[in-house]
Design a binder for this molecule. Structure first.
Ligand code: ADP
Ligand code: MG
Length: 833
């Protein structure tokens, strides 16, 4: 009985460990052959012994060594998956969950009924599922329903090095669930897998695990990768630099796929277009690309010259003991040899050779280039293309964002071009103001990227930055949980009855100020019970950080959306507003409904095409914004209109393309609407709600209620237009004041309320680009504010305290003065919500 895992003795002269059960798998000969080449196969015995002897095991191995695809298979063969318990694997990225489940099903020759996936909006899980890939957020939701995760015999947390917020919290929770399962006599195995993991956060963390789990290093049979640094670091135009580098590689170096790392979707597309133009796929370099060709001949000459003085080093491995960068000699894969002495002795020699050896004068310039984009918003069928062999007689070139760094291994890559940058969202942990910024990657990331070139044969990585710049990179990037607002996380934890969040065993705890801001917001939304305001200030603060969840909070926690949006749903029962709120909340959660047409074009023809498409979208947005008083719902009315119109047309790709809607977003909204409708029905069983895709537009009265509902959810996101007498200087023209910032904020030019400038608005978010811009804007009436948002209202002059504080992430001063509400009238008309 119990899991039929192999039983091992720990003594050193133990008998060999044979699994008690062996479930045969019928793999095809090709698959079997490919598997045998993976480094992890050599470690199967060690891994399975460690798992059978320990409740928690950490497996570290280079990307591509076979962790994600093989470990679930080892477990399956050893009998860990059965009808009364499954193997669950979490991934931080949806792309990985879907594609890995497909890959494993294929390798094992099993149907998707047995090897399945579940991501937020979709899945193919059945009653028979034995191996289940899911996003980390999905497993967190399952813990809420069944804290002991009794469905599972093994949980694998994959890509733990990414330190995504949900991965971190799952590890914290599982550190408690594993001993509880042990006590119940139903042991649960936990396996944490990662590429270049800073294991200390997990092993040297006495709050986390009671006994330090064993760490198994999978020696990656990584081929040597020669790293070429640029002599100089280009300031801005890394995209152009990428283009030039790919041209040179393609024209001069032997066959082998090229992988380019850029930072965002627009960049990826524009480089793809330039490359396709320069190396037309069918017509072999004759048509179109003349300019580029001329440029390239000159460049090749320059490149040949410059190669002589280029700095070159082999791929450094990150030494986990002291995080120093250690150059590894070709062929030296023995980690044990990296003693302290070796490290001390190996002053990094940047002139290890000039890299000319094997890549001399061969030219593949006649080969067409098969250019493919890869980023997370790309449609799945287009993503899958990168795994297939390129058409015969072509060279594969994948232009990717960070998704190609660790989650997906693209076969046949020999050259990596690394721009050294990544686009990240930066948050002010307190105000939630966010901006996307392109920053330098960490050394760990740079080495990951370089490693992608050495999977099948020796490779080359071209870093478009100097070795000096590399040395200044931070060693690892900080865990996500320390960098963003955590109110959604805190609400989920409170729903699990974890009241003293501050004592939770986080692998790396979020900063106390972020925890405090989250609790404050949740108290204001009514999701947590208000703490007693008695006792000393210190006790009050402590009480504030350990408030229990309220009944409203429990309802909010059942909705798979951010707490502010969950509050809107919880308020929407009246006046048949629910279907509309569900749609608005879905659209706000999915984000980026509209195509971006303000991108650089490669030809005049394309410029004209983009202009036409943009004009069409603007025209449609004006129609969707409705008429008369409806317009006050602003961008949210546009969202309703767009979703309604799209569904009315059958939600086809054609309709989306013609009208500037993002097809993938529309499909996600449809799924989320379904999911939220089910969630609402399960909370209020008498609502009997169903999704009518072709929703009628709301009535005028409903539009007004919707504005109140949105206000109640986005209470801390109210802004007031600056009045003439307050105009300090020109920078405040058309500006708004918000409750949390001292700086002027503006309605985003893409908003339908951009020209109307209502006195009071609520906004979905503030994003910083050239200025601070509010997006997702609706007008609200001032007299609603005191009625709906009493916790935020102070009447009279702005309070003097608390003092303004500084936010290091955004470099801004926050003011905690509720000056926005200063002008709100005292006379409270009755408002029904
Ligand atoms: P790890 O998790 O250690 O990074 P994986 O298990 O993801 O490694 O990958 C192991 C091997 O399987 C890689 O060589 C990769 O190229 C191959 N592989 C993974 N997914 C696919 C796929 N969809 N098609 C073809 N090969 C794949
Ligand atoms: Mg993996």
């Amino acid at each position: 009985a119990g899991p039929s895992a192999p039983v091992c003795q720990t003594a050193s002269n133990k008998p060999s460990c044979k699994p008690a059960v062996f479930i045969p798998v019928d793999r095809s000969p090709e698959i079997q052959e490919a598997r045998l080449k993976l480094p992890i196969l050599a470690e199967e015995q060690v891994i399975m012994e460690a798992i059978s002897e320990n409740p928690i095991v950490i497996i570290c191995g280079e990307t591509g060594s076979g962790k994600t695809t093989q470990v679930p298979q080892f477990l399956y063969e050893a009998g860990y998956a059965s009808s009364n318990g499954a193997i669950g694997i979490t991934e931080p990225r949806r792309v990985a969950a879907v594609s890995m489940s497909q890959r494993v099903a294929k390798e094992m020759n099993l149907s998707h009924r047995l090897v399945s996936y579940q991501i937020r909006y979709e899945g193919n899980v059945t009653d028979e599922t034995q191996i289940k890939f899911m996003t980390d957020g999905v497993l967190l939701k399952e813990i809420q329903k069944d804290f002991l995760l009794s469905k599972y015999k093994v949980i694998i947390i994959d890509e733990a090095h990414e330190r995504s917020m949900y991965t971190d919290i799952l590890i914290g929770l599982l550190s408690r669930i594993v001993p509880l399962r042990e006590k119940k006599g139903l042991p649960l195995k936990l396996i944490i897998m990662s590429a270049t993991l800073r294991v200390e956060d997990f092993t040297d963390n006495n709050r986390l695990f009671y006994a330090t789990p064993p760490v198994i290093q999978v020696d990656a049979r990584q081929f040597p990768v020669t790293v070429h640094f640029n002599k100089k670091t280009p300031l801005d135009d890394y995209s152009g630099e990428c283009f030039r580098k790919v041209c040179k590689i393609h024209r001069m170096l032997p066959s082998g796929g090229i992988l380019v790392f850029l930072t965002g979707q627009a960049e990826v597309h524009s480089l793809c277009r330039r490359l396709r133009k320069a190396f037309p796929f069918q017509k072999n370099n004759t048509a179109g690309g003349d300019d580029d060709k001329e440029e390239s001949v000159e460049e090749i000459r320059k490149f040949r010259k410059s190669r002589k003085r280029k700095k070159v080093m082999t791929l450094p491995k990150i030494d986990l003991d002291n995080y120093s960068v250690v150059p590894v000699d070709e062929g030296d894969e023995d980690r044990d040899a990296e003693t302290d002495d070796d490290i001390a002795g190996s002053d990094i020699d940047l002139d290890l050779g000039d890299g000319d050896s094997e890549e001399d004068e061969k030219s593949d310039s006649s080969l067409p280039l098969y250019v493919l984009p890869l980023y997370s918003l790309l449609a799945p069928e287009k993503q899958a293309k990168v795994f297939r062999a390129p058409p015969p007689g072509t060279r594969l070139c994948v232009v990717a964002t960070n998704v190609a760094e660790t989650s997906l291994t693209i076969p046949g890559i020999k050259y990596v071009v690394d721009c050294g940058k990544v686009k990240k969202r930066f948050y002010d942990k307190i105000t939630g103001v966010s901006s996307f910024r392109v920053t330098w990657i960490s050394q760990a990331s740079a080495n990951q990227r370089a490693g992608r070139a050495g999977r099948t044969e020796p490779g080359h990585c071209y870093r478009l930055y100097s070795s000096a710049v590399f040395m200044d990179f931070e060693k690892f990037s900080a865990p996500e949980i320390t960098k963003r607002p955590v109110e959604d996380l805190i609400l989920q934890m409170k729903a699990l009855n974890i009241e003293k969040v501050i004592n939770f065993p986080f692998p790396t705890p979020p900063p106390t100020e972020a925890l405090a801001a989250a609790e404050e917001l949740l108290i204001a939304l009514g999701a947590l019970k208000e703490p007693p305001m008695t006792g000393r200030l210190k006790q009050q603060l402590a009480a504030k950080l350990s408030c229990p969840i309220s009944p409203l909070g429990r309802i909010m926690a059942t909705f798979p959306v951010a707490p502010r949006y969950a509050k809107m749903l919880a308020l929407s029962r009246q006046h048949d507003c629910l279907p509309y709120t569900i749609t608005i909340v879905s659209a706000m959660t999915v984000r980026e409904l509209f195509e971006e047409f303000d991108r650089p074009a490669v030809s005049e023809e394309e410029t004209a095409k983009l202009k036409g498409k943009k004009a069409r979208l603007l025209q449609m947005q004006r129609i969707w914004a409705g008429q008369g008083p409806m317009q006050k719902l602003g961008d949210l009315m546009v969202m309703l209109g767009a979703v309604g119109a799209c569904e009315y047309a059958g939600c086809t790709r054609k309709f989306c393309e013609e009208n500037g809607l993002r097809y993938k977003a529309m499909l996600e909204i449809r799924r989320l609407r379904g999911q939220l409708t089910t969630a609402v029905n399960s909370v209020c069983t008498d609502a009997g709600l169903y999704v009518d895709p072709k929703m009628k537009p709301p009535t005028e009265a409903q539009a007004t209620y919707l504005r109140q509902i949105v206000l109640a959810g986005l209470g801390d996101h109210v802004a007031r237009r600056v009045q003439a007498e307050e105009l300090l200087d020109d920078k405040w023209k058309n500006a708004y004041k918000t409750a949390l910032l001292d700086d002027p904020v503006f309605i985003h030019p893409s908003s339908v309320l951009f020209k109307q400038l209502p006195e009071f608005v609520v906004y979905q978010e503030i994003v910083e680009t050239t200025k601070l811009y509010m997006k997702g804007v609706s007008a609200v009436e001032p007299e609603w504010i005191p009625a709906l948002l009493p916790p935020y209202c102070h009447f009279g002059k702005p309070l003097e305290n608390p003092p303004p504080s500084y936010c290091p992430e955004t470099g801004r001063i926050r003011c905690h003065r509720p000056s926005v509400f200063y002008r709100v009238s005292w006379q409270l008309p009755a408002v029904e919500v």
